[in-house]
Unconditional design. Structure first.
Lengths: 320, 306
């Protein structure tokens, strides 16, 4: 493409486009959920390093996940999925790695009528379960809706290609909150301002890796230059496919996707929505030019409509 | 854990009747905005903006009482708007940061600059009309407010649509027309309330145009939204939007049929139109919240490629 559209589509150098003249390599996370053990060391390390306040000690009752989701005071969230039945569309659960026990199978009662159980393997035992664990985080989108809509310039693109809130500027307008297609950024109720993962901007500046990646005991969270991570991730998917984990797939790695690719992408073992991720997110500002156009036409029609009313009323009165 | 839901009725073009989610938890965060502040602002901004066009028309067409009353109405509405917007900030003391950058990718930034230009114009127009001083400057301010007013009434639709909220973004093409029609209905309602019957013929016509326009635009929006239109039809949003339609149509009909002869009928019709516009804005706001809180409205449209 010759006329590059900075609102959507592939954008190899977001930091340079944001005005950093000599940016370092774009960095990010590759979260390989196939080796996540759900220990939540990332959540704890993130909270500690970033001095994030406590945000509830309640038990959710839904699973081992008592954190429940990303928010103003949760910048890493370990999703904990317990599956008894295969997901729709014939997808079934898969072993995590070579030698792992194959588990789960379609429970006939919950199988949609007409779709036969699709588990091809003999090792599945009826009624079994599997656990999927995944450490979620801000995606540091190539086209970040939060950054686009921020009216104060508080959200900005760093030299590392990440997206960070400047807390001394944020005035708590809350626009970034519904703009984020992943439900990441949020306002802290007692503070009013918006908060989210900074990809440990302070640590990056000192040549350190982010706290969550540092703390991860299984290297499920990998930090590094994004290009390198993408290569590594593709190799890992191939490896898993060879081992029979056919449903291993990458999520957020594609520069052609609706947000121009994520700075933090994932290897998943089931559909994104099973982990609470949107299946095909699109940066809302992709459609902003169309919206402004329609708003302009609507404004003209408002003015025209009222003008018409005055003209018609004048004529009717003049005719009397 | 994979929660399976039967989708309701009609949408048979969708092959699968299930969607999965993470324990039914929402995927996106619903806006943290207070309905009173932000839906209220959508209404007040529309009332002010369309009202300024009315005021300019009335001034040009020699309807002085309507002109003055609408200028005062617009100043009051835009003042309340600004108060509501500052009140809704997490850090109200930092409201001035809104003018820190000029950023076309942010409808809120554009809106802040728009309000910054429109507010003083509307204020000067009203002050000049009420005091009778500086009529030249007053006319310039009136014209300025009338030029900026339609933008103020329509940009709020972009403000809502430029989010990941399915019930808003999905209707991003139609929402500006719904908002400007609703704004016209509100301003013509205000004109019917404040103007003497001999001056209110334009308001009655505008009310009819607005009611028709809003019906068409809202219908188009719901059709575009597909299964997400449920959020416009059900729950609190459904109640509000049904009330909006009834009030707007009844108000326009009352004004058109009896508003030219009877002052009480004009006032009644005008109040119904104002109430209809309030219900439209709060209804669409509620639909947005409902669509953000249920992962179904995020997952199913994305799965279906749209």
């Amino acid at each position: 493409m010759t006329d590059r559209n900075l609102l959507s589509g592939p954008e190899p150098e977001p930091a340079r486009d944001a005005g950093h003249s000599q940016p370092p390599e774009r960095v990010g996370f590759f979260t390989d959920t196939s080796v996540c053990i759900g220990c939540k060391a990332c959540e704890v390390a993130c909270k500690e390093w970033n001095a994030i306040p406590e945000d509830g000690l309640a038990l959710s009752g839904m699973s081992y996940d008592n954190t429940q989701g990303l928010g103003a005071s949760t910048w890493r969230h370990v999703a904990f999925v317990e599956q008894r039945v295969p997901a729709p569309e014939g997808r079934t659960e898969l072993p995590l790695a070579e030698g792992a026990v194959r588990v789960s199978e379609p429970a006939p009662a919950a199988t949609p009528e007409g779709s036969p159980p699709t588990a091809p393997e003999s090792s599945r035992t009826p009624g079994d379960m599997r656990w999927l664990m995944s450490s979620d985080v801000c995606k540091h989108c190539t086209h970040a809706a939060c950054l686009d809509v921020c009216p104060t310039g508080s959200l900005f693109r760093t030299e590392f290609g990440t997206v960070v809130v400047q807390e001394d500027i944020c005035n708590g307008c809350g626009y970034c909150v519904p703009a984020c297609p992943y439900g990441v950024i949020e306002q802290r109720p007692d503070d009013g301002r918006a908060f989210k993962c900074t990809l440990c901007y302070d640590r990056l500046g000192a040549g350190q890796e982010p706290a969550c990646a540092k703390a991860c005991p299984t290297e499920s969270i990998q930090f590094g230059p994004l290009d390198e991570l993408r290569e590594r991730a593709a190799l890992r998917v191939d490896q898993l496919h060879e081992q029979g984990v056919g449903e291993a797939h990458l999520y957020g790695h594609d520069p052609e996707d609706g947000v121009g690719g994520d700075g933090a992408f994932f290897l998943l073992l089931d559909k994104p929505e099973v982990y609470g991720l949107p299946p095909d997110p699109v940066v809302t500002t992709r459609d902003l030019p169309a919206m402004w156009k329609h708003a302009g036409t609507a404004a003209l029609s408002l003015a025209g409509g009222i003008a018409l009313a005055f003209v018609l009323a004048g004529r009717a009165e003049g005719a009397r | 854990m994979t929660r399976t839901r039967k989708r309701r009725g009609e949408q048979l073009m969708v092959p699968r009747a299930e969607f999965t989610s993470y324990y039914g938890r929402p995927i996106i965060h619903a806006p943290s905005w207070a309905a009173r502040d932000i839906a209220g602002y959508f209404f007040l901004g529309g009332l002010a903006g369309a009202g300024s066009v009315f005021a300019a028309g009335a001034q040009l067409r020699d309807r002085p009482r309507t002109a003055t009353a609408m200028k005062v109405s617009s100043l009051a509405a835009v003042s309340l708007s600004a108060a509501a917007l500052v009140h809704d900030l997490g850090r109200p003391g930092r409201f001035a940061n809104m003018l820190r950058v000029f950023k076309p990718t942010s409808p809120m930034s554009m809106g802040s600059w728009l309000l910054g230009a429109y507010g003083p114009a509307a204020g000067a127009a009203a002050l000049s009309a009420v005091t009778g001083r500086l009529p030249r400057a007053g006319a310039v301010a009136t014209a300025g407010a009338a030029l900026l007013g339609p933008a103020l009434a329509s940009y709020t639709a972009v403000l809502a649509a430029d989010t990941a909220v399915p019930a808003w973004h999905g209707a991003h093409r139609e929402l500006p027309y719904v908002f400007t029609a609703s704004a016209t209905a509100a301003a013509s309602g205000m004109a019917l309330v404040v103007a003497p019957p001999r001056e209110n013929a334009p308001a009655r016509l505008a009310a009819v145009l607005a009611a028709a326009g809003e019906s068409v635009a809202a219908e188009a929006a719901e059709r575009r939204l597909g299964m997400v239109a449920e959020t416009w039809r059900e729950g609190r949003a459904g109640t509000l939007l049904r009330a909006a339609r009834a009030l707007t149509l009844a108000g326009a009909a009352t004004a058109a049929l009896a508003g030219g002869r009877s002052r009480p009928a004009a006032v009644l019709g005008g109040l119904a139109l104002l109430g209809g516009s309030v219900c439209t804005r709060f209804g669409i706001f509620a639909a947005g919240t409902a669509s953000a809180q249920d992962p179904k409205y995020t997952v199913v449209p994305q799965r279906n490629g749209g």
